[in-house]
Design a protein around this ligand. Structure first.
Ligand SMILES: [Zn+2]
Ligand SMILES: [Zn+2]
Length: 425
């Protein structure tokens, strides 16, 4: 078993006095307190390197912390060891006859699984085991999986194809984990949950931009990438009242499997077909060339079943340059993520919106230095992002982030010299 010291819990009787020591005398920084109402305690975390101190303050006289302080005085209450697999850890302890307080893991703070080992087994220290679990973003609840926006005469409908989990380190490139994990806590396998949010544009015609990961992949793929399609594109489009037959144009920002997987489906006879029966599929020629001529670095991102059948079915249309795809909707090459990755710019009656795709996959990626490690040409991403951010601020553009688990769209702003995103309501 591999375990990491997650935190040391200290029961305090007088929080003001405790802060006078840990915060003022030692000069440590204290996180905002967290209320654990079920335990009737308030927890104040103090980061110390890879671990934390946790000052525990009772909020009611019948809380376990109040009783502990009353009986034994303030002091060391427990230590918490973080493990990858809490079920396996408990099974191992049980097989050795160790006395446990919790035979089965239970839910702790932030969606973690926890279990306490009895001090009789640990030579007098209360030991908590913890397995961090990626939180299920509430953003994918029915009320936020589908959302409508008006941009001039155009209606934009954000739909989703569920969640995918990718390595957090890869998603944030050179940004240290200590920074990104605060915004996006990883699961026990260091993966972060990312939404897949295609965007439907209704105007002169009905267009869908990207289509999620789709449902052709096998169990191994689903397990590796923690795919959760409980709220799939089928489900969310039905909720939005838009049938696959209503789609005239499918526009690809690029052909990675988390964007193009939903372009095709496998029919009952096992044949792979275009998923939107009446649509023309529009792909940038350079991206098509790269997706059909992969190399060791790019291969894992492209799955031919997502796009080759489009050419065979005669519904593929390749575009060479930045072009208007339908009135009010045009594409612009950003490069960066892939050589021919493109974003989509939407404009009607002086109002603007943009689907930035993997140039800024989540809100956190709006900042200059937050560039995904998957990007093939990160310096191009930087240039494209800077140029776009300037434009978006000037025009108050509504920006859609395809992978943000919590925020569908927002406005880019500058605050005290840093770029931030103000979520749109
Ligand atoms: Zn991509
Ligand atoms: Zn992506």
């Amino acid at each position: 078993m591999k375990a990491v010291l997650d935190h040391v819990g200290i029961a305090v009787k007088d929080l003001a006095l405790a802060l006078a020591f840990y915060r003022d005398a030692l000069g440590l920084e204290i996180d905002a307190p967290e209320e654990v109402s079920s335990q009737r305690v308030r927890a104040h975390f103090i980061p110390v390197g890879e671990s934390k101190l946790e000052l525990l303050e009772a909020t009611a006289s019948d809380s376990a912390i109040a009783k502990y302080v009353e009986k034994r005085g303030p002091g060391l209450h427990h230590i918490t060891l973080r493990v990858d697999d809490i079920h396996a850890a408990l099974a191992q302890l049980k097989s050795r006859g160790a006395k446990l307080i919790d035979e089965q893991p239970r839910a702790g703070a932030e969606g973690a699984l926890i279990a306490f080992i009895h001090p009789a087994a640990t030579h007098g220290v209360l030991v908590e085991l913890k397995q961090a679990v990626s939180p299920q973003p509430s953003a994918l609840s029915p009320d936020t999986a589908v959302r409508r926006y008006a941009v001039g005469d155009l209606e934009l409908v954000s739909v989703c194809d569920g969640l995918i989990r990718l390595d957090g380190g890869s998603m944030f490139g050179t940004v240290p984990k200590a920074l990104w994990e605060k915004k996006t806590p990883p699961d026990a396998r260091n993966r972060i949950a990312m939404a897949m949010r295609p965007l439907i544009v209704r105007g002169a015609r009905t267009m869908i931009i990207d289509a999620g990961v789709g449902d052709k992949e096998d169990a191994k793929f689903l397990e590796t990438f923690g795919v959760d399609r409980a709220r799939s594109l089928d489900v969310t489009m039905a909720e939005a009242g838009i049938s696959p037959e209503a789609i005239d144009i499918v526009l690809a920002t690029h052909l990675h499997s988390d964007h193009a997987g939903g372009f095709t489906y496998r029919d009952a006879a096992g044949r792979i077909r275009p998923r939107f029966p009446k649509a023309q599929y529009i792909v940038r020629r350079g991206e098509w060339e790269d997706a059909t001529h992969t190399n060791a670095r790019t291969r894992a991102g492209y799955l031919a079943d997502n796009y080759l059948p489009l050419a065979e079915a005669g519904v593929l249309q390749l575009v060479d340059d930045d072009a208007t795809i339908m009135p009010g909707v045009k594409v612009r090459r950003t490069g960066g993520h892939t050589m021919h990755h493109q974003m989509v710019l939407i404009e009607s009656k002086g109002k603007t919106a943009a689907y930035v795709a993997d140039m800024m996959p989540t809100m956190a990626h709006a900042a200059d230095a937050w560039i995904s490690g998957f990007d093939l040409y990160p310096m191009e991403t930087l240039t494209a992002k800077q140029q776009f951010a300037k434009e978006a601020m000037g025009q108050d553009t509504l920006v859609f982030f395809p992978h943000d688990p919590a925020v569908i769209a927002g406005h880019i702003k500058e605050q005290n010299g840093t770029r931030i995103v103000q979520p749109a309501s």
